[in-house]
Structures are given as C-alpha cells and as structure tokens.
Design a protein around this ligand. Structure first.
Ligand code: GCU
Length: 706
C-alpha cells in the first residue's frame, strides 16, 4: 500500500450528511442490518442526528428516516413489483430474480422516509439509495416506490495475481498500482482496504467479485486448495457488505493440484476430484459464489485437449458445484491465438460464435456463458458479439472491461458509461438497433426479453446470466489511477442494477457524491470533460471500428502495424489502395452472417454498414465516401486532428474548476491530462503520417502531417 489514506471515492463522510443530521431508526436483525446500523450510527454521531436501533414493529413516531426489515415483503419472485422500470420491456420484470431478494421499498410521507426490505441485503441497497439521493430523499412529494435490481448477477472480475507475474505484474491489465488483495506472493494480512472497497461496491449495487485472474498461474491455482484459508478471510470481509466471492480456477487443476494424469471432463476421477474440491470450498465458505473459467484460450488449459466440447467441460464443473447452488462462469473468449497472418480465411472475430452457437442448449442450468461485448477484445468500438443473440437456451452474461486496457489505461480520461449504455440498449432484431419491441442486449443478459427468433416459450431463457466486468482498482491512492476512472466503476455498478439509467445522469450522481458541496461549476466541468470522452478517444486512435493499432504486449500508445504480422488475428490489412477487414458473407470471412436479420444484411452491405464500423466489416479504398460525405482518408485526418483539439478543450474546461476540489485530486488529474495530450498527439501524428505515406493522398486542409 502507498501509506497514504485511500481517497474516499463516492463515499466521503459528507455524502452521509442528509442521513446523519436526522433522527434515524434501524430495525431488524441480520449481519447486514448490523452493517447498516454502524453506518447510520457513525453518520448521526458526525452530523448531530439521533440513532436508535429497535426491533421490527416497535413504535417509531418521531423518526425522520426508518430503515426496517419487513420479512412479509419477501414475496414469491413472480409477484415482486418493479415500479421503477418499464414493465413493457420484458416478460415479467422479476421473473429472473433468483437467489436473495435484494429489492426494497422507499416511502416518503410529509418529508419522513421509510425504507423497507424483505432481506437485510435489500435494506442495505435501500440505505445507499437514500445516501445517493441526499437531501432530495426527504424533500420531494409523497411517494411509494419499489426498487429491484435488473439481475441478481452483478459481478466484478479481478485480474489480480497472487505472485507478481514476470510480464503482467501484480494485476494483469491493472493501471492503479498493486493489488488490494495480494502483495508479492501473499494475501495481505491487513484487509482493511478490501473492506473499504467492499463498501464502495455495495453502495453501487455490485454483489459478486471474482478475486483472482482468469489466467490462473501456478500459485493462484492453489487458492482452491492449500490457500483456501486466505479466501475464507477475504470472503468474510465481503460478506459484511452483501457480496459473494468467486474464484477463477484452472481447468488443469486435477493434474496440477491433484496429481491425476488427466483433466478430461468425462473421466470419473476428474469429476470426483472437482466434487471434493467444491465440497471443501463450500464447507469453508457456505455463501461462496462459484468458479470462473477461461479455458482453451490464450494458452489456458481446457477440454479441447481431450477432444471434448466446452459444454462437456463446463457441465462437469457445474455438477460439482450444483449441490451448493454454485455457478460456473464459463468464458466464451475462445479463439486461435497462434494464427498465421498470411491466412486470410481465419477470422478471430468468428471464433466465439463458431465454438459456442452449436452448443446452445447443451449447458447445465448453473452455467453462465460469459461473453465479451465485442467479438475481438474490448476495443473502443466493436459491433456487439453475435453470440449474445445466438444462444436463446443458454444463460449469457455480458462481459465489459472497466479497466481501460484499450481505452487509455487510466492515463486518459475516458468515461465508458455512454459506450456501455449503447451496448446495453442495442436491439439485434430491430433495423436501427433501437426502438421496437424486441429485446435489448440488457434484456438478453437479465432475462427480461425473448429473442425475436426464439420459437420457444415466449420467454428468453431463465434464469439470466447477468453482468461481469474486469475491475479497475488497485492500491493507488485514488483506487483507479485516474480519479475520473472512479466514475467508470461507479457507472458499471449502477448500470448493472438498472441498465436503462442515463450515463450522463450517472456522472452527475457520481460528482454529487464524490465532491459534496462543490459549486455547480465542478459538475458542469466534469460533464464537459467526460460526456464525450469515449468518442474523443475513438477519434484519435484506430479509425472506423478497425481496432488495435496499439503497441504489442502492453497495449498502450500507437503502433499501426504492431499486430499486423503477429499470430493474434487482429489485422487491418492497410495497403496503398485501402484498408479494412472484409467480413462479408459474399467475399469475406462470413462473419457478418453470424448476426440475425436485419443486422446481417445491414453489416454485409457497404451502403448500409454504419460508418463507425465500416472498417470492421469492409475493406475499402481510401477514397470511399462515408455516409457522412467524407472520404475514408479525410475522415481519418479530420478525426485525428479533432480528437487532439478536444483533449485540449477538456483540459481547458477542467482548468476552470481545478482549484475548487481537493488539491491532491486536482494534481493527479493535471498529471494525467498532460500525458493524455502527449499520447493523443502521438496517436494523431503516427496514424495520420502512416496513412498519408500509404495512400499518398494529402489532407484537403493542408495541416501538418509528417
Ligand atoms: C485480453 C487481455 C489479456 C486477458 C484476456 C482475457 O486479451 O489482453 O490480458 O487475459 O483479454 O480476457 O482473458
């Protein structure tokens, strides 16, 4: 740890002022009710209010805020009312709720507020709802609302290693210092930082974390066995905040840990080894969540070695965890990372669908197939993975990347809320991707909709797979390297709870909590800086959906040909005449055909393919004219110049208010902006110069290109 107290992020003491200055009653028992009582007691002591702890049903006549358990509110899931959502969006908003009921009721009458929940988990979410509302919780007109999460699977995956990995470090793709869990080979003795983290996560609605890297190295594999005691300690910390712990496990564990000579999923001894391993884990951690598995992917072992399918592999593990209602999150990120760049017929983008679509319906009930949002790898712009639409009989989770591996590595201010919101709202079966009655991607992940092409029951597969994302925190003073990257973690949690929330409004919420009492100008500046920052990053990096062009290995900064002749399958095929990947059915790799109608046709045709994904789907001459009216080459030049100008504007906006916030925050933001501007300029100049040299076509506006 750095020795400096970690920044309070969105839970500074002042975020509790509205609660702390009132007469508050907490009623009921249960571990999380005790957590709530501690929070309220601390807040009222600080802000001069009054706190009493009562039994459910005790008279509470003069309280201004009552947080009470009401076991009678635990209704059969089908009848839970979700009044905050548009019920027409799906078939029975709560039908996918499984596990613990986390809903709560918020009632306000003449300025007094009562929060009721059937479980202490629901009550904890209710407490943080009031924290988020602040004074407005008590101000508005009388109301009676029920709030429930869109899905009960709201997960963060940590790519933290126990040992410092020789190339990937303590946290793979970590841009925020060391790990909050591990330090150079050990689980930390002092888990107080984990406790603060759990509190932050609970406040945005996250309820599951996987605590080790999906690439499970030798030492990390032992968390499942010899080092289970350490997991028990970590799980105890998260439990106080209603969060369940999961582990990434190695498919080869029966061999590497158990001394068997095979990990064949159809081998009885292998299956028994996993049954015993699961029994030990749940014996030690009764509320353990389950296993995350990266198999047959980038060198991780998997069922292919034995000629078995991914359903064989996942189902064998699922059987081992089933007695405990455990889950297997099985990642769909399976592709050939030893491709020959000369071979134009192999397309990495096709791989997940080719492997998983044929297995739809073959996975056990407690397997969640975890699908990255795009077919490549968390690029700033990719089409939605067609796997999400192609497995109506499988629980699918949407996987996002909060850690900014390909979006500026927390050196660049890039707010991803808008990207996620667009992805979540996309409709595979509607011509324009929005509007219409068929399900959104969020519906598919939360079990709220039925696929338009599903001839089945009229409902999408239940229960749902929910959401997972790679976390962006570390032991950095600000948790996330860039203080603005906290907003991404915040928005991810909130969108998991309700995927229809407006990403701009979430920024306002984050600012309000993080900088309580700051002048309005701070919020306005944050909006001006971050609202379009995703688009800005896209402008100065790889153009028109083509992706990558990053430096190999660490993936930071420009290198247009960095991956062009490598085995990783992420090419742009630029030559003197044109650029882009032909993924059409007619002349290319056929990837466009993996989409349902109408998107298969939309992407297939040059005339209908959206500009921002043109080079993902088509190889075109530099002179090809976009829907915007510009040629591809002029678009490249213009967006790269504009992207850098926008970064300058962002810096200008922030400088107007930088003295109004904590100087530590301000200093870090200034440092990061200096690097963002340097890096964006480097991107602009390399990309523009590369394409000027390749195409020989000058910039219409005669700007400096090298
Ligand atoms: C990316 C990333 C890797 C990671 C992998 C995954 O390829 O660069 O570090 O292991 O995704 O999601 O498994």
């Amino acid at each position: 740890m750095t020795g400096v107290a970690p920044h309070a992020a969105w839970l500074p003491d002042d975020a509790f002022a509205a609660i702390g200055s009132r007469r508050v009653v907490v009623a009921g028992d249960g571990a999380l009710t005790a957590t709530i009582a501690e929070e309220v007691a601390a807040a009222t002591a600080r802000f001069g209010g009054a706190f009493s702890r009562l039994d459910v049903g005790d008279g509470v006549s003069d309280a201004e805020l009552v947080l009470t358990l009401a076991p009678s509110l635990v209704e059969p899931v089908e009848t839970i009312e979700v009044s905050t959502r548009d019920a027409s969006a799906g078939s029975g908003a709560a039908a996918e709720v499984s596990g613990i009921d986390e809903s709560f009721r918020f009632m306000r009458e003449a300025g007094a507020v009562v929060v009721q929940a059937g479980t202490d988990a629901g009550l904890l979410h209710g407490l943080f709802h009031v924290v988020r509302l602040g004074e407005t919780a008590f101000d508005g007109p009388d109301t009676d609302e029920t709030h429930a999460p869109a899905t009960d699977l709201r997960m963060l995956d940590h790519w933290d290693n126990v040992d410092v990995h020789p190339t990937m470090g303590q946290v793979e793709r970590g841009y925020s210092g060391g790990s909050i869990f591990y330090d150079n080979g050990f689980v930390r003795a002092d888990l107080s930082r984990v406790e603060r983290y759990a509190r932050l996560l609970a406040a945005v609605g996250i309820n599951r974390v996987a605590i080790n890297n999906v690439n499970v190295h030798e030492h990390e594999a032992r968390l499942l066995t010899d080092d289970l005691g350490d997991v028990v300690r970590v799980a105890a910390v998260f439990r106080r905040w209603g969060i369940r712990v999961h582990l990434s496990v190695s498919f080869a564990s029966p061999v590497t840990l158990g001394g068997l000579d095979t990990s064949d999923p159809l081998d009885q001894d292998v299956a028994h080894w996993w049954v015993r391993a699961a029994a030990r884990v749940w014996d030690a951690i009764p509320d353990f969540g389950g296993f995350v598995v990266k198999a047959d992917s980038e060198g991780q072992p998997g069922p292919f070695a034995y000629g078995r399918t991914h359903a064989d592999g996942a189902n064998m593990l699922a059987a081992a965890v089933e007695p405990y209602e455990g889950l297997v999150h099985w990642r769909a990120f399976v592709y050939d990372h030893r491709q020959d760049w000369r071979d134009r017929s192999t397309d990495r983008a096709r791989a997940a669908y080719d492997h998983f679509h044929p297995l739809d319906g073959a996975f056990s009930e407690n397997v969640v197939v975890q699908v990255k949002y795009g077919p490549l790898d968390f690029q700033v712009r990719e089409p939605l993975s067609p796997v999400l639409a192609a497995m109506p009989h499988t629980r699918v989770a949407l996987e996002l990347q909060v850690t900014q591996e390909y979006t500026g590595q927390q050196q660049h201010a890039v707010y991803l809320g808008q990207q996620w919101s667009q992805l979540l709202g996309f409709r595979f079966w509607e011509p324009d991707g929005v509007g219409g009655g068929s399900p959104t991607v969020a519906d598919l992940a939360t079990g709220r909709g039925k696929a338009a092409n599903d001839p089945g029951t009229g409902r999408w597969r239940k229960p749902a797979g929910g959401f997972a994302a790679v976390s962006n925190v570390g032991d950095d003073e600000f948790w996330t390297g860039h203080p603005f990257a906290q907003a991404n973690l915040y928005a991810y949690g909130r969108l998991c709870w309700d995927p229809t929330l407006d990403p701009g409004a979430l920024l306002d919420e984050w600012v309000g909590l993080t900088f309580p009492g700051a002048p309005d100008a701070v919020g306005e500046a944050v909006r001006a800086v971050l609202d379009r920052s995703w688009e800005t990053y896209e402008q100065y990096t790889a153009p028109l959906g083509v992706g990558f062009m990053v430096r190999p290995g660490h993936h930071y900064g420009p290198d247009v040909d960095g991956y062009e002749y490598t085995p990783w399958g992420t090419y742009h095929f630029a030559d003197r005449d044109g650029i882009g990947v032909d993924r059409t059915v007619r002349t290319g790799t056929g990837y466009a055909g993996q989409y349902p109608s109408p998107w298969s046709a939309t992407y297939e045709s040059l005339s209908t393919c959206p500009d921002e994904l043109l080079l993902f789907f088509h190889h075109v001459p530099y002179t090809h004219v976009l829907h915007s009216g510009k040629s591809v080459i002029q678009h490249i030049y213009d967006t790269h110049f504009e992207g850098v100008s926008r970064v300058e504007e962002m810096i200008g906006e922030w400088s107007k208010v930088s003295t109004l916030v904590d100087p530590r925050v301000s200093e870090r933001i200034s440092e990061r902006f200096a690097e963002q501007l340097r890096s964006a300029t480097e991107w602009r100049d390399q990309v523009n110069t590369y394409f000027l040299r390749k195409s020989g076509i000058p910039d219409e506006r005669g700007r400096t290109i090298y």
